[in-house]
Write a protein that binds this ligand. Structure first.
Ligand SMILES: Nc1ncnc2c1ncn2[C@@H]1O[C@H](COP(=O)(O)OP(=O)(O)OP(=O)(O)O)[C@@H](O)[C@H]1O
Ligand SMILES: [Mg+2]
Length: 355
């Protein structure tokens, strides 16, 4: 992979508090990478160290082969959309977009041309004379995006760009950002705590926890092969069974049955996990063929979710296992009732061993 952005052992300390620890990451030109993690894990701090607004405590940051660690923000040519709303409320849309260009001292006609072009990209040419408060949330976010792109940045930084939007708008603007980013080949670092957003937008994801990187990979790598329980829990829902490895491909549930697992654990594993959408539920006794793990229990809850129905089964021993049943033509829950005896099963190859 050709290196465009390179974080090398970057750290940030505030007094004795370690906000970001030995952060290493390479981003290729044109790539979109998402930093994902719970509140306070250091996402914004990392983004701001790349932008230059937060000085690094130690380590180096390179962009396009240049060491920018000591370069001030205005000389890094980085466009940024900040967390929360970030438009100047007293300026029109046009003035907002022109701001960075005026700061750079461009000629008036050049500024006019670039503002027009940027607003056209986000389809807001007609709104140039409005004030931010006269726009919807989605439109305001698109103005912020136009402003960040007007300077023709080498790198685009997006900090929770969609968090203020409702679910439907978020989907719309998400697709729009992704399309623009691809068209322009913009190297982009996106910060989000929304795993759907990260999965659907980014080429690669970086999952962070307490200032440290837990795992880096493509959306499917992280979802299908989470490195540990934290990543598995963060990337969608999973079922977890505590226990221990009893031999190659064999996992003993604590005080329970022996289960099969296709993968070999790299280290000591104390947990076996599998996804609800890979979990089947059938009336008790209708065992599935080889290669399937099965546990018996009772149906505890059905939740109608539209495209899928979630079925929660309390297996013997007390754990609750969740299964997602597709809401297809043949009623998925046929023959299953609250309190009925069932068997949950899943493929050995869908089992993951986690530390
Ligand atoms: N100027 C500062 N002084 C001291 N501590 C700070 C400062 N800025 C951030 N922190 C701390 O550093 C940690 C990381 O903050 P950061 O803003 O990077 O989190 P985040 O991952 O972006 O969270 P969120 O999802 O809530 O935006 C937090 O614990 C925060 O309190
Ligand atoms: Mg933040």
């Amino acid at each position: 992979m050709d290196t465009y952005i390179n974080f090398q052992a970057v750290e940030k300390r505030y007094g004795s508090f370690q906000a970001v620890s030995s952060f290493d990451l390479i981003i290729a030109k044109g790539e979109m990478v998402a930093l994902l993690g719970p509140s306070g894990c250091g996402k914004t701090t990392t983004l701001r160290m790349l932008a230059g607004f937060v000085p690094v405590t130690s380590g180096r940051v390179h962009v396009g082969g240049r060491d920018v660690t000591q370069v001030p923000p205005y000389r890094r040519n980085i466009g940024m959309v900040f967390q929360g709303y970030a438009l100047f409320p007293h300026m029109t849309v046009e003035k907002n977009v022109a701001f960075g260009l005026e700061m750079r001292g461009l000629a008036a006609d050049e500024i006019g041309r670039r503002v027009k072009e940027s607003l056209a990209r986000v389809r807001l040419e007609r709104f140039a004379d409005r004030l931010p408060k006269q726009l919807s949330g989605g439109q305001q976010q698109r103005v912020a995006l136009a402003r960040a792109m007007a300077i023709n940045p080498d790198v685009l930084l997006l900090d929770e760009p969609l968090s203020a939007l409702d679910a439907r708008l978020r989907h719309e603007v998400r697709a729009e950002i992704r399309q623009l980013q691809r068209e322009l080949g913009l190297t982009t670092l996106l910060v989000t705590h929304d795993q759907d957003e990260a999965l659907s937008m980014a080429d690669r994801l970086v999952v962070m926890n307490k200032g440290c990187v837990e795992q880096v990979g493509t959306p499917s790598q992280l979802y299908e092969r989470p490195a540990n329980r934290f990543v598995a829990e963060f990337m969608g829902k999973s079922n977890f069974l505590d226990g221990s490895i009893e031999g190659p491909g064999m996992f003993r549930v604590q005080g329970g049955p022996l289960l099969a697992c296709a993968e070999r654990s790299a280290g000591p594993a104390s947990c076996l996990s599998f996804r609800p959408e890979r979990t089947h539920v059938a009336a008790a006794g209708q065992a599935r063929g080889d290669g399937h793990n099965a546990l018996e229990g009772t149906v505890a809850l059905f939740t109608y979710l539209g495209p899928v129905i979630e079925c929660q089964v309390r297996v013997d021993g007390g754990q609750v296992i969740s299964a997602l049943l597709p809401n297809s033509a043949q009623t998925a829950t046929q023959g299953l009732e609250l309190g009925s005896r069932v068997q949950v099963s899943w493929n050995a190859s869908d089992s993951r061993l986690l530390a």
